[in-house]
Design a protein around this ligand. Structure first.
Ligand SMILES: [Zn+2]
Length: 479
């Protein structure tokens, strides 16, 4: 039996045994201390005398396919004069968790992707123990793993049940998740930017129209310019159009309401060039009737608003002129209030919206939106997980760390084990056979790229990234 791989410094192997722990069979290596024992008390200089032996049970990496335990038998000595108690310091053991350091590293890395319960089975540890190890690992990473401050920063927020709002920060140039913050407000962001290494690295920030971002961006990021993500801007055009549609449909009797195969809301949100002939004819029909005509006008306004981006991306002046022209076409009628509000919004964020044309890359928060979907999935699958666990599992994911590393954005590296890669990148086992609802420690590994990683069945506009969904006709329009 070759036990050389389980060599443990300062100890000699006595024998191999086994025991059952947490209902799992474990291989146990009994080892005896083979190091020095002092004979003089380091405190008072008197003689130390034998004070019995003690056995420590330390969890190690699996031994021959089963969970591994080290039973380390250590001597103790006591000073008869000052009662000082000596016992050997054991190298490579994390005494808090009674784990070898290699087990700590392996457990933490596996816990990024695998359910805590699976890792627990491999180590004969309880779910809570694995979780507590993972939390300690995350705290350690907070200090040792730093990424270079990106030049193109994406900021977005996501609401997670029980955790509330989370601010998501991405590196838009390299398409990596940069960080996640618990909460979303000006003070939080100011504090975060204030502590950001090299805040002058940030040249562009892309976000939605959230006015409290203005101060942190302008004050704390001295060279940054703020761009409002065009996805968020055009989303308002869709909402404005929806409000007209709802207004018109409510005037019609149930039978007379306009219906399309996929639902009228969906049809109207589709870009003109992607409409079926049948749908185009239907919109043409709407034009002929004074009651339904506003729907057709709203559709045209939506299309033209999208075209400000689509057709004038090469010239800021042309785009601004197109917006000015568009603004004039909105009927004064109250039923177009959604569009009037949109005009107000564009004027409020005029500089930030049209900054897009000055940005050297076609900046969009599409990647951040995809990251949000991933975070949401992680949180749904791992119900009840804390913010730190959600952040750790999303941030320290294989694809994210690899991409950060590949792009040379790793500022302070992780501890690099002498053998093997920086992180273990093994694939997740098929998560679902033993998925236990109560434990909820499921993690779905799921690689994505902007607008590629969407779940099947979700239709979206490939140009804007806008998600096209079916809406109930009675919905309220939120502003
Ligand atoms: Zn002493």
């Amino acid at each position: 039996m070759d036990l050389s791989s389980t060599f443990f410094p300062g100890f000699v192997i006595n024998n191999l045994d086994n025991k059952v722990k947490n209902k799992i069979k474990c291989n146990v290596l009994n080892m005896d201390y083979a190091g020095e024992c002092p004979s003089i008390c380091p405190v008072c200089g008197e003689t130390l005398i034998g004070h019995g032996k003690r056995t420590l049970e330390i969890t190690d990496t699996p031994i021959m396919g089963d969970p591994g335990l080290l039973h380390l038998r250590i001597p103790r000595r006591r000073c008869s004069a000052c009662k000082y108690l000596w016992q050997p310091k054991i190298q490579y053991v994390d005494e808090n968790h009674l784990l070898t350091e290699r087990a700590f590293t392996d457990i933490s890395q596996k816990a990024i992707k695998q359910p805590f319960s699976d890792v627990g089975k491999e180590y004969a540890l309880s779910v809570n123990t694995v979780k507590s190890i993972f939390i300690d690992f995350l705290n350690e990473k907070k200090n040792t793993l730093r990424f270079t401050t990106p030049a193109f920063l994406g900021i977005d927020e996501i609401k997670i049940p029980k955790l509330g709002e989370i601010t998501v920060i991405t590196d838009l140039e390299h398409r990596t998740l940069y960080d996640m913050l618990e909460g979303r407000n000006q003070d939080l962001l100011r504090k975060y930017f204030d502590e950001l290494p090299h805040p002058e690295n940030v040249l562009w920030v892309c976000s939605d129209m959230y006015r409290p971002f203005e101060k942190p961006i302008h004050v704390d990021l001295p060279r940054a310019r703020w761009v409002v993500d065009h996805y968020h801007v055009v989303a308002y055009a869709n909402k404005a159009m929806d409000s007209v549609r709802i207004h018109v449909q409510n005037q019609l009797s149930k039978e007379k309401r306009i219906k399309t195969k996929k639902g009228l809301a969906y049809t109207l949100r589709t870009r003109l060039k992607r409409l079926s002939t049948e749908e185009q004819l239907l919109i043409r029909e709407c034009r002929k009737n004074s009651v339904t005509n506003p729907i057709a006008i709203a559709f045209d306004l939506k299309e033209e608003f999208f075209d400000i981006y689509d057709k004038h991306l090469n010239s800021k002046a042309d785009a601004q002129e197109a917006f000015a022209e568009w603004e004039k076409k909105i009927p004064r009628d109250d039923s177009f209030d959604g569009f009037h509000k949109l005009v107000g919004t564009v004027h409020n964020f005029y500089e930030q919206i049209f900054n897009l044309w000055e940005c050297p890359i076609h900046i969009t928060n599409g990647f951040t939106e995809c990251t949000n979907r991933l975070i949401r999935e992680n949180s749904v699958k791992g119900r009840g997980t804390s913010f730190d666990i959600l952040r750790g599992r999303t941030l320290y994911r294989k694809t994210n760390l690899e991409r950060i590393e590949d792009n040379g954005m790793l500022l302070i590296g992780p501890n690099i084990p002498q053998k093997g890669s920086i992180f273990h990148y093994e694939e997740t086992k098929d998560i679902d056979d033993n998925y236990n609802e109560d434990e909820s420690q499921y993690f779905n590994s799921y690689d994505y790229d902007p607008f590629i990683g969407l779940r099947p069945g979700i239709d979206y506009d490939p140009e804007t990234g806008e998600i096209l969904q079916e809406f109930e006709d009675k919905e309220e329009v939120e502003w």
